[in-house]
Structures are given as structure tokens and as C-alpha cells.
Ligand binder design. Sequence first.
Ligand SMILES: C[C@@H](N)C(=O)N[C@H](C)C(=O)O
Ligand SMILES: [Zn+2]
Length: 196
Amino acid sequence: MIKQGLVNVQTVDSTIAVELKYSTTDNFVKKDVYGDLENAYLQPDIAKKLAKASASLRKAHPGYRLLIYDAARPNSVQYILWDALDVPLRQKPQYVADPKIGSIHNFGCAVDLTVANEKGAPLDMGTPYDFFGPLAYPRMESQMLAQGKLSRKQLANRQILRQAMTQAGFRQNTTEWWHYDGMSRNSARAKYGMIK
Ligand SMILES: C[C@@H](N)C(=O)N[C@H](C)C(=O)O
Ligand SMILES: [Zn+2]
């Protein structure tokens, strides 16, 4: 990653916590698909943007910090995630980007993350990471709230993350509360090479 120009996010902002889920068996594939990739890498401009989000979060909520679940992801792993996702083919791109096109993660320009409290515990966002269904959709939050499936507290927790991230210039995904893009796929492709 370093050879391709990416930076270890924690060298840019040491207050950001990292727990790469795909480097553990606690993920939807139930396998460590990252091997010795244990650090969160991003393109330098995206890492800088994330440090801005981190500062804004800590100013608004002293004691809270960002907790990264995934950052730069090799395209070879994108194929593994795509194949492992157990939903009908036409629904797959809502949850895992088509590896033939490439995920924004594959260019080091997207990040999956949450907010951790003073004790380092993740806030309750209403679903776990990589919960693939409407309860995790930012675009369905008002309905989920009205139906009593999402609590006001869970929604407020998502908004804490969203406020920090969007203020720093990240774009929220419509089907995953944890996924944020630092730039569009076309811009990422034009500016950076794909991480194979
Ligand atoms: C698989 C999930 N964590 C994720 O990042 N999904 C988006 C859509 C992606 O693969 O780019
Ligand atoms: Zn993601």
C-alpha cells in the first residue's frame, strides 16, 4: 500500500482507532480475508479529510473517536466479498461493489467506520457492521423510526457520525450507515491506480 502512495491513517491521526473486520473472522465471510493487512490505508488527501472529520467529532463530542472497520481494500478481496455475499445477483451491488467495475475502497478512497465512546465501545447504530438490509439504509431511517425498528438514540448516534463525516466532505452511502466515499469512483479511477 505504501509503495502505491497510500498512507497509514493512524500516522496522520493517532486518535483514530482501527479494527479491520476483514482481517478477523468477525465479518460476513467468517474468514480472515486480509491476512497480514492489519492497518487502515487511504490516499493522502482522503486521510487528511478523515483527520478533519475526526477533529470535528472530538470537538462536538469530547471522548468520542472514529473507529475504522475497513479502508483501502485490494480488488482481489472485492471478488471474495462479491462471491461470498448471499443475496440475489441483482441486489449484490447495493451491498458490495461489482469487482469488475471496482469499489471506491479499491482505490483507497472509501472508508467503513463507526464512532467509539470514552471506553472504546462502538455506539449502538441499530445494526452491526455489514448488516445487509433496510434497517441499515440511511435512506430508510424515517420509515424504520416510524415502524419502531430504529430508536431515536440509534438514529442520533448515526447522525453523530454523519455530521462529522459530511462536514469534512465525505459522501454517505444510501444503503450502509458505515460507508463513506471521499470522492466519486470516476474521480478515484482517474486520479489513482487500482489496488490489485
Ligand atoms: C462490503 C461493504 N463493507 C462495502 O464496503 N460495500 C461497498 C458498497 C463496496 O463494496 O464498495
Ligand atoms: Zn464500504
